[in-house]
Write a protein that binds this ligand. Structure first.
Ligand SMILES: C[S@@+](CC[C@H](N)C(=O)[O-])C[C@H]1O[C@@H](n2cnc3c(N)ncnc32)[C@H](O)[C@@H]1O
Length: 413
């Protein structure tokens, strides 16, 4: 028997006779789960521990105060043999075998026809761990495996999605700058539990490849918007999928609230009565310079940093950025979405007093395998972007912090 692995099964014992022989520590440990399973419990034992006795007093088990005798297992579906009398244990085992009653033996796992797994519970599931064969039995190891699984499920380090009992709604998840390791633990867990993922081009796209095949992955840039604005079409897609009872993740690059239109999406969802949770992300504005060896602050060099959008030129009437005052600041200036307009931006900063020799770094596709850093000054940056063919997405850093790190491009690890 020992050559074959045990076959795991869940016994549904409610209302069925289970016989326990011996009222010691083993019975005390096993009885609560048998009571919880609703078994019709008969304890046969001359003595019992005070806890076992209390179970009998409470009417949770029937207790026959005597040693085992032939015939005790006649009506049993399942038996737990745990007396200190080996001879009685052997006779009870033989009776169980004759009546085809599955029986656990606390004194000799090899002679038993059933084993009790190490069990634990987490969010509606029972985790039961069994040793594969009697010879390799290592109860402390099986208990450790059980603990690792149950603890992992509880603290989210093990991701096991719910498929039927998930709460529908939308999670706006900040995916970080691109490296799949730079998403938060919560973001990753929600992604693993999603039915639908609506993803931006930026962010950890590699994580999408890991999703199970049933997950619908939608490229936000490809949602047709017809008479709507692109953002409205995305909002509508989020609402429609959530209304179908699906768990929807809106996976965004960096942090949802840093030039990410996260609040617009949250407002649209709130108006539609859809529950929404927001998971912060690591913004490219700090992490991408860092990945290229540039700290946005440095003692004695920069005591402030300002993050601005460069998606419209300084002379564009839609611009909300006060470029003249930025030119006066001594801190670090971090520009997102600024590659196309960097010539105009540099010109404006210099025109308002920023030294033309101020160092500038452009970090393209930071934290990804394609990361690239190009250095210039305010005077040369427009020309450098052209000659070096710098393309979005890139973070532009302006200020003396560009010079404090190692001169060679640093990777994110
Ligand atoms: C629409 S904004 C979104 C910013 C995002 N919410 C964040 O917190 O990082 C897009 C801009 O972020 C910057 N960006 C995002 N990820 C980047 C990356 N991996 N490398 C360089 N720049 C990046 C670029 O400036 C890009 O044009």
């Amino acid at each position: 028997m020992a050559e074959h692995p045990a076959y795991p099964v869940g016994l549904r014992l409610a209302g069925r006779r289970v016989v326990v022989l011996g009222g010691g520590q083993v019975a005390q440990r096993r009885l609560p789960a048998l009571i919880a399973a609703g078994a019709d419990l008969l304890l046969v034992s001359p003595e019992a521990t005070p806890s076992v006795e209390a179970m009998a007093d409470a009417g949770e088990i029937t207790w026959h105060r005597r040693p085992y005798q032939e015939g005790d297992l006649a009506d049993a579906w399942y038996a737990l043999i745990a007396t200190s009398d080996t001879d009685a244990n052997n006779r009870a085992s033989a009776e169980a075998e004759r009546h085809r009653v599955w029986c656990v033996r606390s004194d000799d796992a090899d002679l038993a026809t059933a084993w009790t797994p190490a069990t634990g519970h987490s969010e509606g599931v029972t985790v039961a761990v069994l040793t594969t064969d009697a010879k390799g039995r290592d109860p402390r190891h099986t208990a450790a495996v059980r603990d690792a699984v149950v603890e992992g499920l509880r603290d989210g380090t093990l991701v096991a999605p719910h498929y039927r009992t998930r709460t529908p709604g939308v999670a706006l998840v900040g995916g970080g700058p691109g490296d799949p390791d730079l998403i938060t633990v919560r973001g990753r867990r929600l992604l693993a539990e999603a039915d639908v993922v609506i993803a931006d081009r930026l962010g950890p796209r590699d994580l999408l490849a890991e999703l199970p095949p049933h997950v619908e992955v939608i490229d936000a840039a490809k949602i047709p918007y017809g008479r709507f604005m692109a953002q409205e079409a995305i909002n509508n897609a989020l609402i429609e999928h959530a209304k179908q009872g699906k768990s929807v993740v809106r996976l965004k690059g960096g942090d949802p609230y840093v030039f990410g239109r996260g609040m617009e999406e949250l407002q649209a969802l709130a108006e539609a009565g859809i529950p929404c949770t927001v998971v912060p992300g690591i913004s490219s504005s700090i992490s991408v310079p860092g990945a290229a060896g540039i700290p946005v602050t440095h003692r004695g060099v920069a005591h402030e940093f300002t993050v601005v959008s460069g998606h419209v030129a300084p002379d564009d009437e839609r611009s909300l950025v006060d470029w003249p005052s930025l030119a006066q600041q001594t801190g670090t200036l971090v520009i997102l979405m600024g590659v196309d307009k960097i010539g105009k931006i540099a010109e404006t900063l210099v025109a308002h007093g920023k030294p033309a020799g101020t160092p500038v770094a452009l970090v393209q596709e930071g934290t990804t395998a394609a990361q690239r850093r190009v250095d210039a000054t305010l005077a040369t940056v427009a020309e450098t972007v052209r000659t070096e063919d710098v393309k979005p997405p890139a973070v532009i850093v302006i200020g003396d912090v560009v010079k404090v790190g190692p001169p060679v491009p640093a990777t994110s690890e």
